[in-house]
Ligand binder design. Sequence first.
Ligand SMILES: N[C@@H](CCC(=O)N[C@@H](CS)C(=O)NCC(=O)O)C(=O)O
Length: 221
Amino acid sequence: MTRYRLHGYFRSSATYRVRIALGLKGLSWETAPVHLVRGGGEQHGEAYRRLNPMREVPALELLDADGQTTAVLAQSVAILEYLDEVHPDPPLLPATPLLRARCRQLVEAVNSSIQPVQNLRVLLHLERALGADKAQVHAWAAHFIARGFEGLEPLLAQTAGRFAMGDAPTLADVVLVPQVFNARRFSVDLAPFPTIARVEASASQLDAFQAASPERQPDAE
Ligand SMILES: N[C@@H](CCC(=O)N[C@@H](CS)C(=O)NCC(=O)O)C(=O)O
């Protein structure tokens, strides 16, 4: 049986996604904290760069029964899809090609269009290289999250039931809930996005989502 060691940071939304999926699959894992801020960021250290040369979390280490590393995976969506293939019960993608494509469309709206422009290194670059102050950096992140949610809201309204894709949780919920966490961090008003807020509220009632929340992690500050 493969064991999992998740290298991540409590507040990282990409790490949060993987914690939710592991929980939905009923899997246990070991946490290996990577502090993204302390000492300039442990993601830049040599040891972590050997795991993920992209210098970002999460990285999921696969270990055999003797504790030997058999593989290291990065990119949270690749990790989510891997977990869904290896542990198919419960499935986190819908049953038909069209619905799976719609689900991945929602996932990529967050993963490719919204999250990257409010990532830590982008915000630090605005501050350090371009001279933005903290309020301007905060406003930048809030602007791009709200801009993304304006598109996500009508897309989600087409597919949502209790969850993002009907009445069972999928990868779309796994990715949406951490992005809403980020929206709150950057003071985005959720009132114009009632479907996003409703889906987030129902997913957040599930144990796997609650257990994965940043404040419940061993490295939470
Ligand atoms: N596309 C990547 C994004 C990973 C990512 O952006 N991680 C952030 C935390 S959520 C990070 O490690 N940032 C470190 C930095 O910007 O220096 C994934 O889904 O895994």
